[in-house]
Design a protein around this ligand. Structure first.
Ligand code: SF4
Length: 203
């Protein structure tokens, strides 16, 4: 999938993205701290598993996450970047070949190398929040509750309440995304897997 016009125009405009990257890092730090506190509270330790989040076909919806991943890719040595891009192309081909398949499969995120994330500091929001039972208060007032991953429930059973409130983290990211889109003139909706994000970077 080739990048749409706006992405193509500004993907190398790192000077324009820089101030947003600083604020995004603060939002991600708050997420990481909240996740760690929730995990500690339950005694949950994520050390990878057969059914981990890197095998789930998550879609990402913000330009901030896309450009943050780009900045991580830009910092890699060319040969490392080329290897990740090649893995991303393979994953995209597999997904295209089996469009009706379940969202969880044996395909693994192209950034997962031997169980470790190749761009850990630059990973998107859902990679930071997945695994712990959560609640989300949507802007329309609806409350959504989600379970933890299988490994969480194996380790911790079923805590009565959602342990992690995702609401302030989603709200902070959405607010900064609105500001960023307006400043950059980005209007297209975004729905990309990590593999597709990496492909956007190639062209
Ligand atoms: S970006 Fe990193 S943490 Fe997220 S799915 Fe890919 S390998 Fe896993």
């Amino acid at each position: 999938m080739k990048p749409s016009g706006p992405i193509d125009q500004i993907r190398h405009a790192s000077d324009r993205f820089a101030p947003y990257a600083v604020r995004l890092r603060e939002i991600f730090t708050a997420m990481d701290l909240a996740y760690a506190a929730a995990a500690d509270k339950c005694g949950f330790h994520c050390s990878g598993c057969e059914d981990n989040c890197c095998r789930t076909l998550f879609y990402h919806h913000t330009y901030l996450e896309l450009f943050y991943l780009f900045s991580g890719l830009e910092g890699l040595k060319p040969e490392r970047r080329a290897a990740l891009q090649s893995r991303a192309i393979d994953v995209c081909r597999q997904v295209e070949a089996a469009p009706a398949e379940s969202e969880t499969s044996q395909r693994i995120c192209p950034l997962n190398i031997s169980g470790l994330c190749g761009l850990y500091a630059y990973r998107p929001m859902i990679c930071r929040l997945h695994g712990i039972p959560h609640v989300l208060q949507r802007p329309d007032g609806r409350k959504m509750v989600g379970p933890g991953c299988d490994d969480f429930h194996r380790q911790c059973g079923s805590p009565g309440d959602a342990v992690l409130d995702r609401t302030p983290h989603y709200a902070a990211l959405a607010s900064l995304e609105r500001e960023f889109r307006q400043a950059m003139g980005l209007t297209d909706k975004l729905r990309l897997t990590v593999a597709e994000m990496i492909i956007q970077f190639i062209y």
